[in-house]
Ligand binder design. Structure first.
Ligand code: GLU
Length: 311
C-alpha cells in the first residue's frame, strides 16, 4: 500500500543490541499510536550502523517480538548497515560545504575534556582549525555552530548552545563506520518521516539532528520525547543492562503496562477480558483512544511492573 506524502509518517528505530524490553516497547507503542491515530504511516528501521554492538539475530528477534505484540509496519524494514553508500554521499556533501573536518584526537585524550549536557566530553576543538603536522585523521567531525531551539510536543521548549553544550560530533568514526547522528538524519529524510516519537534519552541529540537537517536543506521534523522507563534505582532500562526481555507468549500485560506508563489508562473491563495472544482488542482501543497530551511530560518515570497490570 502506498500513501500520499501528505500523511503523517512516524517510525520506531531500534538498535539490535539485544531483545526488546519494557522501555523499548514504550517507544514502539508511543510512536506507533501517534502515527496511526492520525491516520498516518508507521515505519520500522533497524539501526545497526554500529556493527560492533549489533547482531542480526537480535534484529530478527526484535521484529518477531513486534509482530507477536500485534504491531504492523508499512513497507520494508530499512536496515542501516545496507546504506553505507548513501551515508557516504551525504558525507561528501558535508565535505563540500566545509562542514566536516578530520580529527586526530584519541579517545583517551578526549576523555579529559569537560562533560557536556549529556555527560559525554565536549570536543575541545583541537583539530577544528586543521590537523597538527604530527597527526593523522582518525575520525571526521561535524563543525557545530550557534544555538538551536525547538518545541518538543511533550517536553516543551528546548534549547542548546551546540559548541558549549555538546561540541563537534563525530560523523565518520575512526573504524570507518558512519555515526548515528548522520545516519538517523539521512534515513528519516529518505523515508519521509515527518515526526519522531522516541525516548527522552535522545532529547540532547535532537538539536544536532535539526542542525544537520538545516545544513543539508532537509525538512525539519517535529519531535515528542517520551519519558524513559527507569528501574527502582533510577537507572534506565536498557538492552545492555539486560532489562527483562518481553514475553512473546503473553503480550497483553506488557501492552497494558506500556499504555498505562504513557498515561493512557486502559479501562479495567478491557484489561480483564484480554487473553488473545495478539491482543486485537487492545489495539482497537489504543488506536481509538490515544492522546499524546496524556503522556506525562517528564524525562524519566519509574517502570510499571508488568505483572501489576496482569489480568
Ligand atoms: N536506535 C536508537 C535506539 O535504539 C533510537 C534512535 C532514534 O529513535 O532516533 O536508542
Amino acid at each position: 500500500m502506498t500513501f500520499p506524502p501528505s500523511l503523517p509518517c512516524g517510525r520506531f528505530a531500534p538498535s539490535p543490541t539485544g531483545p526488546l524490553h519494557f522501555g523499548s516497547l514504550v517507544a514502539a507503542l508511543g510512536s506507533c499510536l501517534e502515527a496511526r491515530a492520525r491516520g498516518g504511516r508507521w515505519l520500522v528501521r533497524m539501526e545497526d550502523v554500529d556493527q560492533t554492538r549489533c547482531r542480526p539475530e537480535h534484529a530478527d528477534a526484535i521484529l518477531a517480538t513486534l509482530e507477536a505484540f500485534g504491531f504492523s509496519w508499512d513497507g520494508a524494514v530499512m536496515v542501516q548497515s545496507t546504506r553505507t553508500e548513501r551515508y557516504r554521499e551525504v558525507f561528501e556533501q558535508l565535505k563540500a560545504l566545509g562542514s566536516v573536518y578530520p580529527c586526530g584526537c584519541t579517545r583517551s585524550e578526549l576523555a579529559l575534556a569537560a562533560p557536556g549536557i549529556d555527560g559525554a566530553p565536549v570536543y575541545p576543538g583541537t583539530c577544528r582549525a586543521g590537523l597538527a603536522a604530527s597527526r593523522s585523521a582518525r575520525a571526521w567531525r561535524l563543525r557545530l555552530e550557534g544555538e538551536i531551539g525547538f518545541d518538543d510536543y511533550l517536553q516543551g521548549r528546548q534549547h542548546q548552545h551546540l559548541p558549549r553544550d555538546v561540541g563537534d560530533c563525530v560523523v565518520l568514526r575512526a573504524d570507518g563506520l558512519f555515526a548515528y547522528q548522520l545516519a538517523v538524519v539521512v534515513d528519516d529524510a529518505d523515508q519521509g518521516v515527518d515526526h519522531v516519537v522516541r525516548g527522552a534519552d535522545l532529547i540532547d541529540s535532537t538539536p544536532r539532528q535539526i542542525y544537520l537537517q538545516h545544513l543539508l536543506g532537509l525538512p525539519i521534523l517535529a519531535y515528542a520525547h517520551l519519558p524513559v522507563a527507569v528501574d527502582a534505582q533510577g537507572a534506565k532500562l536498557s538492552k545492555q543492562t539486560l532489562a527483562t526481555p518481553l514475553d512473546v507468549r503473553n503480550p497483553a500485560p506488557a501492552l497494558f503496562a506500556a499504555a498505562a506508563f504513557l498515561g493512557q489508562n486502559p479501562p479495567e473491563e478491557l484489561r480483564r477480558s484480554l487473553c488473545r495472544p495478539a491482543s486485537t482488542d487492545f489495539w482497537a482501543w489504543a488506536r481509538g483512544n490515544w492522546r499524546l497530551d496524556k503522556v506525562p511530560p517528564v524525562l524519566n518515570l519509574a517502570a510499571i511492573a508488568i505483572n501489576e497490570e496482569s489480568t
